[in-house]
Design a protein around this ligand. Structure first.
Ligand code: PRP
Ligand code: URA
Length: 207
């Protein structure tokens, strides 16, 4: 499975701010959106362009435009925290939603919502979620978007661990995965170490 760690001083600095336990929800959300935006700018380098004829105020010329629909798929709840930043870059992106949560004891994944968009079969599809821990949520979300017919799928997270990447590579070897940082490991409760805690709770101020 292709995996890219998108190292950049701006991303590393913002991620460090997010990791600090005394960072407020507001600052956490702002840095999350900014990192998501920087990552997607880089990831989208391979979007195909279509040549078109245009007229400037001076003369006719050719330009290039993105014709392929772009679909963003946030995994609820925490993936929602990455949307604003990405939508600033790609305001025409369609949004499909997948609601999943991990049972805190068993780490089993439960699905509570799924709604696709039109034309996802022909789209450039980015699934977004800040955390790739056991990999269970990522695998489930990719299962779902494949059932919807999506073919060109990428998974974008902030922090991943080797355990989750290995599981994901086994189930969906062709999906490209991007992270801002590959962390060390999972702890006995299934949390990423050093990680940044429970992303959903920190985004929404729920704990
Ligand atoms: C978090 C996170 C991922 C999942 C990752 O969501 O946002 O979706 O855990 O863990 P995994 O790789 O072991 O599946 P959580 O289930 O806590 O739900 P929330 O976003 O509603 O807080
Ligand atoms: N989900 C989170 O929000 N944080 C982790 O460390 C692991 C899963």
């Amino acid at each position: 499975m292709p995996f890219t760690e998108l190292k950049h001083p701006l991303i590393i600095d913002k991620l460090t701010r997010m990791r600090k336990q005394d960072t407020s929800s507001k600052d956490f959300r702002e840095n999350l959106n900014e990192i998501a935006q920087l990552m997607v700018y880089e990831i989208c380098r391979d979007i195909p362009l279509t040549k078109i004829e245009i007229e400037t105020p001076i003369q006719k010329t050719v330009g290039y435009t993105i014709e392929q629909p772009i679909v963003l798929v946030p995994i609820l709840r925490a993936g929602i925290g990455m949307l604003d930043g990405i939508q600033k870059l790609i305001p025409t992106a369609r949004i499909a939603h997948i609601g999943l949560y991990r049972d805190e004891e068993t780490l089993e994944i439960h699905q509570y919502f799924a709604k696709t968009t039109t034309d996802i079969e022909n789209s450039y599809t980015l699934i977004v979620d800040p955390m790739l821990a056991t990999g269970g949520s990522a695998i489930k979300a990719i299962d779902i978007v494949k059932q919807w017919g999506a073919k060109n799928i990428k998974f974008v997270c902030l922090v991943a661990v080797p355990e989750g990447l290995k599981k994901l590579a086994h189930r969906h070897p062709e999906v490209e995965v991007y992270a801002a940082c590959l962390d060390e490991k999972l702890n006995e409760k299934g949390y990423i170490v050093p990680g940044l805690g429970d992303a959903g709770d920190r985004i929404f101020g729920t704990k």
